[in-house]
Design a protein around this ligand. Sequence first.
Ligand SMILES: [Zn+2]
Length: 250
Amino acid sequence: MPSHDLTTRPPDHPDHLTTPTLRPPDHPDHPTIRPHDHPTMTIYDISLPISPELPVWPGDAPIVIEQVEAMDAGAPANVSRLSAGAHIGTHVDAPHHFLNDGRTVESLPLDVLTGPAYVVHFPDDLDDITAAALEAASIPTGTSRLLFRTRNSALWARRVPDFRKDYVAVTADGAEWLVAHGVRLVGADYLSVAPFRDPGPTHRILLGAGVVVIEGVNLWDVPEGEYELYCLPLKLIGCEGAPARAILIS
Ligand SMILES: [Zn+2]
């Protein structure tokens, strides 16, 4: 329950969670961070900013963030309330989402959600991530975590507020290719890994094979190559999906 005792309450303000060495560079929208104590290391924050301006899946609950107590109005603390669906912004899908099998999001393996990952770039004129497109993409053999940068990422860079049905996604034969090549985690740069016109097959193939699906990553300024991925979904009990913070480190 909310407590207003500041001696026991963990810090709410994002500044309290950010160490001075993790300050972003000049541009406030730029997600990359070069920690001062690790000058050779770059952190790419590939998470989408959660606000009412962020598009959500058609028919899903809107994102509502409201301040319920305000120090400007005399309250002892600022307190906000969040109301939203489980598939907002950067989020993971659990098998229960399309398989109704009880494998919900709190059971997703953390050792798959973290570890070496490869970001592959597809050309802007690619409409579908098919098996042929994956075969042609020179993905290193043995890649087990694979994130797709497509023209979708430009939508996030431009902050396009409306949901787009023409996003680039993985076809069913692309999903089969991923499973056959031992991929255990995929990251898609729009709000679904599967085409809007027919989302079932791709989801069922990937989730059925135990592939962890991250949706809604912003790879706009992330070069193609190898990274260390950290994706930590909220530990929502019994849910088929959960929002996540996701970063890539090079
Ligand atoms: Zn989802």
